[in-house]
Design a protein around this ligand. Structure first.
Ligand code: 16G
Length: 240
């Protein structure tokens, strides 16, 4: 029951009720929530109040609407700490999920200027241009465009990049990955990205550019990735 004599707005109390049901997994991901009519009858409030609560949760990515069908519980977002230089494979393993990749491109190209500058390469040097869709439990999470100097990894193959690149660099080549710099920006998915990520066109995505270094400040990768904003949130701890 909603409390009418407390300073919490009714729509807020309905949001809390729905969030609690989701938290307790009584409403699991993919399940349809009760209709606006049912909720307004149950709580004895107007449908407008219910709609406000539901819309807020849709905007927060907790629920999603399907036209002409109803409102459903969204998958819980993956919470990715922005701390520790980890690979996609490691991140998914830590969560008990299975990682896999769909390889879209594996080319050796002359480094485009911006990549060449970022990787400290001379003009004409070759880089790998690798495009992978990264999946968790077979669902697409991100698209990664990776550029790495050919000279540094002469034997890289399609087979290797279907698995973990970091594992190959560290455990097959014995090179230590030391640090990285990452820039995160919000964007709208274009048609192609939306298609690969299985989301509606123009959905929000997070674009991340990571430049990573081996020991002695040798840059070994520039990765431009597009993450589903409905499936990811990035967490930082900050000290004062
Ligand atoms: C992460 C990294 C990426 C790196 C990849 C290696 C971001 C935001 N993340 O996805 O830079 O290349 O892990 O993963 O760029 P792998 O070892 O599983 O191939």
């Amino acid at each position: 029951m909603l409390k009418k004599n407390v300073p919490l707005p009714l729509y807020y109390q309905i949001e809390e009720y729905l969030k609690q049901k989701i938290e307790e997994e009584e409403f699991e991901a993919g399940r349809m929530i009760p209709s606006e009519r049912e909720l307004s009858e149950r709580f004895e409030v107007s449908r407008m109040t219910v709609r406000q609560a539901v819309t807020n949760l849709v905007n927060a990515g907790v629920l999603y609407r399907e036209k002409g069908k109803g409102t459903y519980v969204a998958e819980k977002k993956i919470e990715q700490p922005l701390k520790g230089l980890t690979s996609f494979t490691e991140d998914m393993k830590k969560r008990g999920m299975t990682s896999s990749s769909r390889l879209l491109a594996f080319d050796v190209i002359e480094a485009p200027r911006d990549i060449r500058e970022k990787l400290n390469l001379e003009e004409g040097k070759k880089v790998y241009g690798i495009q992978r869709i990264r999946m968790a439990d077979e669902k697409p999470m991100a698209i990664e465009n990776t550029f790495m100097p050919k000279e540094l990894l002469p034997d890289l193959s399609e087979e290797i990049v279907q698995g973990s690149i970091y594992n190959y660099v560290e455990h097959e080549l014995g090179m230590a990955i030391s640090q990285a710099r990452q820039i995160i920006e919000a964007r709208a998915a274009d048609e192609e990205e939306a298609n690969y990520l299985n989301i509606p066109p123009h959905s929000p995505v997070l674009h991340i550019e990571r430049k990573s270094f081996l020991a002695h400040n040798v840059p070994f990768e520039v990765v431009k990735s597009t993450y589903r904003a409905d499936r990811y949130k990035f967490i930082t701890d900050i000290d004062r």
